[in-house]
Design a protein around this ligand. Sequence first.
Ligand SMILES: [Mg+2]
Length: 249
Amino acid sequence: MKRHATNALPLPRRDWALFLDFDGTMTELAPSPDAVSVDPALRPILAALELSLGGALAVVSGRPLAELDALLGLELPGAGVHGLELRERRGGLVHPPQDMAAIRVIEHALAPMVEADPRLILEPKPGAIAFHYRRAPEREAECRAAMARALDGLKGVVLIDGKMVLEVKPDHVNKGVAISRLLAVEPFSGRIPVFAGDDRTDEDGFEVVNAMKGVTIKIGPGDTRASHRIPSVDVLLAWLKEMSGLLSA
Ligand SMILES: [Mg+2]
């Protein structure tokens, strides 16, 4: 893990509730979701932080919680699929989302296009569907058009325009709602929320955390409501490592 100046970020506190996005925040983005590589230093750092923060450490990701558990080797509290799945405490039960017919309609509509081009990936998630075109960026316009046709007339769902991925999920939950729900229960309640993320879906989380006078951190370029910005995943990892050292001292 490289060292970088993390001066731009505040000194850590034991009364923080720390919320972390995963892809593009704790790990570099990969050509496909299953090609992601996790820094081996990350797991011990997160385990130490979880202890120092009294368990108030959660992953808030677009991935299903089961994937995050497998990648991190830790069953941390968290929100999966942009808040559709919720788990309030380590190793606790996952509240699964309800299946929506509209999501299956989209899956069915896009399947022929994906079958015809193996570079396109249709990723079913609990309660949602993701359409990845990262390996075929020149087909972006076609993918967008196909998604728009699939969505036509469907109600109760929203399109998330991510980094080389178009995702559809129910419109009543987002990362901000998920963070609010976690902050309503132990061990998160009464703590100062801190949230780091890199993508547009993280902006809902930034809004909620800013409103609670917490700390918000955007990784990388792009418009944001976050109060702090750092350039890269490496800097975030360096900051988490510093934090784990300071808080366990
Ligand atoms: Mg991300």
